[in-house]
Design a binder for this molecule. Structure first.
Ligand code: AMP
Length: 365
């Protein structure tokens, strides 16, 4: 019997899109989040409480066959007791690895997945040594709780060491050599408990201030696609992974350098809702519910554009043929992901023209 009740830790837009994907499958979701004023709570019931509150987590697990995540930074110790109540998917080990950039890099190195030269930094002295050994420019990042470019400082030369330490020092850090990438790409894939794996076409992603602005997919490069699948397969097998996994890469001199992974549905996979036979959200639910995985084949050429800060002019965007509009129901706030749109076209050239037209209507604030 497949599982049909899903508890989702975090009720952001990812959780909301998971819950919406659940309805046609007869899967019902319940959220846990700090506030009822969240995108997820507009579409499914919510338990209001801290994400790591043991009692609330257990209540969520009691109301679910499987607990999954819209936010991966939940302490392993908070999740451990849940395994007596319901399944936890993806596995705790995958969350723990992805919560710490050093552990994540160590996993990639162990699995022979190329990464940027890097070093752990816990003191000003260690930072000076890391910059001396690895060279500058480089990026200093917090080991934990960094996302969308938050908790990062770019050191152009060794003269920036004091400023970088002043900005971030005091928590565990990682220094990475700067990657002069030609582009950033990401792969999203799913693995079922039986070990079946499916992979979406690569997406090519354009960021601003560390936040994804827009992406196009499929980004057709048979070689990069093959390498990314090979790397993702290794990570999934190593972690006995179940669910959707995303890995972000830099393309440097035509080779993939892994930057980070996310043990959940991912912003760079939103295009799959309209752009693929089965969306990343539906495949995550299929994987964690022991249902067969769906086809990841692309239906055409897509572009996905994030709405940051405020929603754009809906009338103007909807006038673009082939555009799908997603409003997450959030209050506007600078830098906040409040929605996105996807453009689906038969030909890449038409997609590019429509993308340029849509970009003129969107301001990232
Ligand atoms: P992250 O939080 O690691 O995904 O970093 C956010 C963004 O910062 C990335 O998408 C890149 O655009 C940039 N970035 C992070 N690390 C590096 C690096 N080692 N070299 C060059 N750019 C980087």
């Amino acid at each position: 019997m497949s599982r049909t009740r899903i508890g989702i830790v975090g009720a952001g837009q990812l959780g909301r899109m998971l819950a919406l994907a659940g309805y046609p499958l007869g899967i019902s979701c319940v959220f846990l989040d700090r506030s009822a004023d969240t995108p997820g709570a507009q579409v499914a019931p919510i338990i209001v409480g801290d994400l790591e509150d043991p009692e609330k987590l257990q209540e969520l697990a009691r109301r679910s066959d499987v607990v999954t995540f819209d936010w991966e930074n939940i302490a392993g110790s908070a999740l451990a007791p849940l395994r007596h109540i319901s399944a936890v998917r993806p596995p705790r080990a995958a969350l723990e690895v992805s919560q710490d950039r050093i552990r994540e890099k160590a996993l990639f190195v162990k699995l022979k997945i190329p990464v940027a030269p890097h070093a752990a930094v816990d003191s000003a002295g260690q930072l000076s040594r890391a910059v001396l050994e690895l060279g500058a420019p480089g990026v200093l990042k917090t080991r934990r709780l960094g996302y969308d470019g938050k908790g990062q400082f770019v050191l152009r030369t060794a003269r920036d060491i004091d400023a970088a330490w002043a900005a971030l020092g005091g928590v565990g850090l990682i220094y990475e050599r700067f990657q002069a990438f030609s582009r950033e790409v990401s792969m999203v894939g799913a693995r079922s408990a039986r070990g079946d794996m499916v992979f979406y076409p690569l997406s090519s992603n354009t960021h601003g201030n560390g936040i994804l602005h827009y992406g196009i997919a499929p980004f057709a490069s048979a070689r990069l696609e093959r390498d990314a699948q090979r790397y993702m397969r290794r990570v999934m097998q190593e972690l006995s992974y179940v669910g959707i996994l995303a890995i972000e890469f830099f393309v440097v001199a035509g080779r993939l350098i892994a930057n980070e992974m996310a043990p959940r549905v991912h912003n760079s996979g939103h295009w799959t809702i309209e752009g693929c036979t089965t969306s990343q959200f539906q495949n995550h639910l299929r994987a964690i519910c022991d249902l067969p995985l769906g086809s990841t084949s692309a239906l055409g050429h897509t572009a996905m554009i994030n709405f940051l800060g405020t929603m754009p002019d809906k009338d103007a965007l909807l006038a673009i043929d082939g555009l799908a509009y997603h409003d997450y129901g959030k209050q506007p706030r600078p830098g906040r992901k409040v929605g996105h749109c996807t453009i689906l076209k038969k030909h890449a050239r038409d997609r590019d023209l429509a993308l340029q037209r849509a970009l003129k209507l969107i301001r990232w604030t």
